[in-house]
Every structure is written in C-alpha cells, then in structure tokens.
Write a protein that binds this ligand. Structure first.
Ligand code: ADP
Ligand code: ZN
Length: 731
C-alpha cells in the first residue's frame, strides 16, 4: 500500500503531495485524514495522509512512512474536501490550510475513560476511608464520572479508589454518556414572541427538509436573536444533529457559553484563543467523537469536525474578525456556507447592523431576511445625542476627552443607580510621546508607527501596538534636547480621569492590556453583570453583543477615530461600532441615553448611527460603493509583497504590477504598487497592489498562474507574496 501525504513543511507549490510506502504494520491503522511522520529531505516531517492506493507510484525511489500518529483520523473526508476547495479559493497551500484546521499541538485521540463504581461494593454498602475518597465515592454512586471532568486532586483520589477495588476505569461508551447527560436537569425554554417564532419557523422548515438555505436575522440589539439561536439549536439536537454557533470575538464567548450550557447542558463545547493546548485537544476530540454536539466559538471553530450539522449560525456577521487577516486567509462565513451545503443545513447570519455586502445579497434574493423589529418587551431604542466637538470643547481637567453633556449623562445614570459604558478605541495612556519643540515623536525602530505610552505600576513604558517592542520613554528629545511629553489619549488615561472625576464610582477597564490573563473576559463581564462596577471603559470589544440590563448610559469619546482611514470600509465600520454601542444601553427597564462626541456630526455614518437607521445607512453606503467601484459591486483582490530589503520589495512590486497589468488588461484594473498603510512592520517593508475586477474567476486564474510561476524568483529575492482574495479592508 502507498500513501500520498501533504507535508506540513512543504513549501513547494500549492498542492504538493509526496508518496510513501506503507509498512505492513501500519496498514491496519492507516486511514485517509490521519497524521503521519514521514522522511522529508534529510530529516522528518509531519503530514496528513491525503490518499491511499495500491498501485506503485512512478518514482525512482520510494521511502517508507516513519510513524502513524492517529488511531482515529482528525480530518474527516468533509474537512479534506473543504481544505482542497479553500486552497484554490484563497490561493494558499494545501499544507497551510490543513495546518490551520486543527489545533497546533493536537494530541492523538485516546479513548476517553470514565470512572465507574464497583457494583459489589455498592451493594454491600462499603465506604472507603478518607474524606476525599468518600466525597468522590458518593458522587460516583450516582453516575459514572468522565475522566476529563475530574481535576488533578480528584484524579488522584480516583486512582486510590481503583487501587482499593471500589471502582475501575472503563472506556466511555455512548450509553454511559447518555445517562450522564440525562442526569442533568435543564430549564424549560421560554416561549418565543410572535416575531421570534416566525423567524425560528422559517429556519426550522429548512432544517426539517434538509435545505442549505441562507438567512439573515436582522434585529436591533436586545431583540432576542440569541433566543432564536437557542431554540433552533434545540431543534437540531432533537433531530439528532449538531449545531455550530460562531461568534466574532472571544469577549462574547462567556455570555453565549453560559446561555447555551444552561439550556443544552454538557454537550456544549467552547472554542477560543484562551483555551490551553489540552483543552483544545479535548474539545476537538469531543466534537470528532460526537460527544459534544454544540460548539460555541470564534473563527477557527468553523473547522471543528462535526459529523452531522443541522444548523450553522454566524452571530454579528458583519464583523471582520470572521476573516483571518494573516495567511492562510480564510473567511469563516464562507467556510460555514460551504459546510452548510455539505450537510444540507441552513446557515443563519445574525446582526443588528448587517454588513453592506450581506445587505446587498439580501436585496438580490440570495439570503432570506428575517426581522425582529421590536426589542423584547418593546423596550424603546436609546436617545442619542451628538456633541459637536468643534463647538463643545472638552472641559479643563478631562484630559481633553470629556465634554459637559457626556459627564452629565454619566452622572445622571450613576445617580439613578444604573451603569454606564464609555468607548474609546485606543489602548494605552498617551497616543504618542512627543517633543513639543521640534515635533518629533518616538517611533518603533521596527515598524512605521509612533509608540504609545502605557502607565505601569512602577514606571511608564512606550509600546509598539504592531510588534510589541517596548522601551523607556526618553526625558528629552534626541534631536533637539527639549523635554518630551505625552499627547493624545487612550483607555488607560480615560480610566484615570473618570476615576478622578467620580471617585465614588467603581471603574472597570476592558481592552487587550487588561484582558491578557486566562479567564479575564469572563471575570470582567461577570463583575459588570453583577453590578460590582458602575462604569465599563473599553475599546470596541465592549461595543458588541453583551447583554447588560442595568446599563442606561453609553458615551463615545471620539467617534471620528476610524472614519478617515484610507479604506473603503471606514464609514461602515464607524457606523457599526456606534450603532452597536448605542444598542448596549437601555436593555433593562429604563430607556437608554447615548452621547457621541464627534468632529463630524454631519457625516452620514455618524448621522445615521445616531438615528440607529440601518436601512438608510446601507442605501447611502451602497451608493458610495458604486461610485468608488468597491465591493459589493466590484471585487477587490489585494496582493501584498513583504520583505526586509526595501529596494527588492519595491522592485518585485513594480515588476508584478507590470505583469499583472499586461495579463489582466481585458478584465481587471491593477492599482499600485503603493506602500501599505502600515508601510513597515517588524522590520519588513510592505507594498501592495489592488486588483479591481468584475470577473473573479478569470482574475483568480491569472493570479494563481502568476503565483505559481513567480514562486522561485520571490524566494530568491527574499520577498514574500501574500494574496488576499477578499480583503476585509485595504490597510
Ligand atoms: P440579542 O441576541 O438580539 O441581543 P437576546 O437574545 O440577548 O437579544 O435578548 C435580550 C434579552 O431579552 C435577554 O435577556 C433575553 O433573555 C430576553 N429574551 C429574549 N427573548 C425572550 C423570550 N422569548 N422570553 C423571555 N426572555 C427573552
Ligand atoms: Zn514595532
């Protein structure tokens, strides 16, 4: 027998596979989708068995496989299919795609064990010695305990029970599992409102007749979308199928997990970046062996190897984090759609502020819209007040951040015993560290950006937000010797200022700096939910999805922050963040109040966000997109060339642009090359070309041909080419 293996390390060509002989002792264990260790060049490498065959490959020499890693293949035939499609869809190597699909250190499957009580010991009423052993023994008499459910101390106790003949480890079987799950008492689900029922029924009909239909559930925040997901997931499970719930951001997983586990019990796994390798392996194999039938997770959860999906959901579908920004690029929304078709299951997008592209697909009839027009119990939408920063200046002592109307709103909410949220989309204390005499700012030596000042307990530090480089802020300017100082503000300074203004309020900050520790999101959200803090300050991660019933005030410190970035999505992003944040307030009894500080109160993105008017915003934005020849009317493809030698990168970029222009003259327009918005990151220069087209298939072919042909030259010049077939933005 012979095996074709996709080798992890292989960089040659996109679909490269290598053939190996299978020694007879491996034959019984070897299946397509299994990981194997193979000889590669002078060493060995890991890979995935792509194909098995009997005929001898036509090769001068053929070497044997070294080892088979898995007894159960982590890759199902479906996932291999998806990998193959994704590799050509995104123009990335098969090896890179396969690697992205499973946890990096996925340990091999080992049959799961459960501890069961010895029936004779139970019958005779024997009780072991020792507090720990007795506690475990009491639980064990109720039902078998899965090994993963025990912590280290309990496992030690379990082994002692086994040694004394009270219990034994057995391989877990589905019937054991079923009793464990049946033992849980789950709360009844609430009755749906008429609108929720109508939406659920529409998707439910597709589930019942196994149709891969796409839906958009559009409903303002708090309209009860999550309740609809929960109901649909229950239906999927009732049909014996699984459900995959995707979220854009780790900050949203704790709340969603909580709601799903409460309703559906132990069969739910979560999936996000703060899981450790062991937890990740467990979750993966639970799904693979169908012990878990629901996953709630971020982007890469879309690759979890479910056997029979009955429902796929992308909540907050407009979020760009669904697209992996680094190579290998993939878009979880597109992968979800591919999987929905494979499983004949509906795909449900949910959003209060759908992306412009999705809204366009609805107009074209490719997605069925479902609306939740009223908030649950008809809670009114919040009152939004725009503060024109050109006229209303921030007051003295507010670090240039807070105007009187914002402070008034904030204090009114706190005085009424309610909570408030403040959005500022920049981390740190000062945006830059600057010389007031010559204007020089301290810049990152490795990236083309100014450093941000962060306050630490001991000392201040300047940090690069692109690469993490850190240094002590210099007292004086290295050019003119003048004393330097900080300028501009971030969440950290906002926290300090707010705390000084309202010394009795408890302030909680949520941004990447405060959320580094494992479980930090869940803890922060719980603290705020339990009203142990009155004010939540944060970057855009606080704007989305959360359900905080006691928040009645939201403030936006600088609405224009992202409005003028050179990107076709700048207006859309601004609109969405503002609308989302505004939706956080007034979810409880009292109506919400929102204050947005802006220099551009007349800009349509800000005006429509203040009115919470999604339809008109989309209409106007679609008009702009048509004028500017951007998506969804035109497809943009980005080709980024990256390397340490600026001249080489520039040369390759110019030559590539030239080739592309010739090849694509009839069906696409090639813009650039130009330095990327972030022209240098981690010592690597970045140039980009944008291909604008209405003929994607032909364009893809041309880029593939170029990519495969240019491979050798690029390697020789030490320039890396990254193709983004569907960039979320052009920055
Ligand atoms: P969304 O996901 O659209 O933001 P949620 O599903 O979080 O909305 O609903 C908002 C609030 O209303 C939640 O606290 C939820 O429990 C409650 N809710 C929604 N629908 C129902 C219902 N049919 N019965 C009882 N409570 C509901
Ligand atoms: Zn840097």
């Amino acid at each position: 027998m012979f095996a074709d293996v996709v080798v992890w390390r292989s960089v040659e060509g996109r679909e490269a596979r290598f053939s190996y002989a299978v020694p007879p002792e491996f034959v019984p264990n070897l299946a397509v989708g299994t990981r194997a260790r193979v000889p590669f060049g002078k060493g060995t490498a890991m890979g995935v068995v792509w194909q098995l065959r009997d005929e001898v490959p036509e090769l001068p020499t053929i070497r044997p496989l070294h080892a088979v890693i898995d007894a159960l293949p982590p890759y199902t035939p479906e996932m291999l299919d998806i990998a193959s499609w994704l590799s050509s869809h995104e123009i990335v190597s098969l090896a890179a795609v396969l690697r992205a699909m499973t946890p990096r250190h996925l340990r091999p499957f080992s049959p799961a064990l459960a501890l069961v009580a010895d029936p004779d010991q139970v019958a005779q009423g024997h009780v072991p010695q020792g507090v720990r052993l007795r506690a475990l023994w009491n639980r064990l008499q109720q039902r078998p305990l899965p090994k993963e459910a025990l912590d280290a101390a309990e496992r030690a106790a379990a082994n002692r029970l086994v040694a004394r003949g009270f219990a034994k480890w057995v391989e877990r079987r589905p019937d054991i599992e079923a009793t464990a799950v049946a033992g849980e008492t789950l709360p009844p689900s609430p009755a749906l409102t008429e609108e929720q029922q109508r939406a659920a029924d529409a998707v439910g009909a597709a589930m019942a007749s196994k149709r891969a239909d796409r839906f958009l559930l559009q409903g303002v925040t708090g309209s009860g979308k999550t309740e609809v997901y929960l109901r649909l997931a229950e239906w999927a499970l009732a049909q014996g199928r699984s459900a995959l719930i995707l979220l854009p951001e780790i900050a949203l997983t704790p709340q969603m997990e909580q709601r799903f586990v409460q309703r559906l019990g132990a069969r739910v796994v979560v999936w996000h970046s703060q899981l450790n390798e062991g937890e990740r392996s467990d979750a993966f194999w639970h799904v693979r062996t169908q012990r878990a039938v629901v996953a709630v997770g971020v982007r890469s959860a879309v690759f979890l190897p479910f056997a029979d999906l009955g429902l796929l959901v992308c909540d907050e579908e407009q979020e760009e984090s669904y697209r992996q920004q680094e190579s290998p690029h993939y878009d979880a929304r597109e992968v979800a759609w591919a999987r929905a078709r494979y499983h004949h299951a509906p795909l449900l997008f949910g959003s209060a502020t759908p992306s412009v592209e999705t809204a366009y697909q609805v107009k074209q009839g490719r997605l069925k819209p479902l609306y939740l027009t009223a908030r649950f119990q008809r809670r009114p939408l919040p009152q939004v007040q725009l503060v024109d920063l050109r006229k209303d200046r921030p007051f003295v002592g507010s670090g240039g951040m807070i105007t009187q109307p914002l402070l008034d709103g904030l204090t009114a909410a706190l005085d009424a015993g309610e909570q408030a949220m403040l959005l500022l989309n920049r981390r740190g204390y000062h945006a830059v560290w600057l010389c007031p005499s010559c204007g020089a700012a301290v810049r990152c030596p490795h990236c083309d950006v100014a450093l941000t000042l962060h306050r630490r307990k001991q000392e201040d530090v300047l940090i690069c937000h692109l690469c993490g480089y850190a240094t002590v802020p210099p007292l004086t300017c290295s050019f003119c010797g003048h004393r330097m100082h900080g300028l501009g503000f971030g969440t950290q300074q906002l926290e300090t200022v707010v705390q000084a203004l309202l010394p009795n309020a408890s302030v909680l900050r949520m941004d990447r700096d405060t959320m580094e520790r494992k479980g930090a999101y869940a803890r922060a959200i719980e603290t705020f939910q339990k009203r142990q803090a009155q004010i939540l300050i944060g970057t855009q991660m606080i704007a989305k999805g959360h359900d905080f019933p006691y928040v009645s005030f939201c403030g936006v410190i600088a609405a224009d922050q992202a409005l003028f970035l050179p990107d076709f999505r700048a207006a859309e992003r601004t609109f969405q963040t503002l609308t989302q944040l505004a939706g956080r307030s007034g979810r409880g009894e009292r109506p919400g109040h929102v204050v947005i500080q802006t220099y551009n109160p007349d800009h349509y993105a800000i005006r429509y966000a203040a009115q919470q008017d999604v339809e008109h915003f989309i209409q106007e934005e679609l008009h702009v997109r048509q004028q500017t020849k951007t998506p969804p009317f035109w497809r943009l493809v980005m080709l980024r060339l990256v390397g340490e030698d600026q001249v080489a990168v520039q040369r390759v970029a110019a030559a590539t642009a030239e080739t592309m222009r010739q090849k694509m003259a009839r069906f696409a327009e090639v813009l650039g090359p130009a330095p990327s918005y972030r022209a240098r990151v981690e010592d690597r220069y970045r140039y980009q070309l944008i291909v604008r087209t209405r003929h994607l298939a032909t364009t893809r072919e041309a880029i593939e041909a170029w990519h495969d042909a240019a491979f050798a030259t690029l390697r020789r010049m030490h320039v890396q080419a990254v193709v983004d077939m569907h960039p979320s933005g052009l920055l």
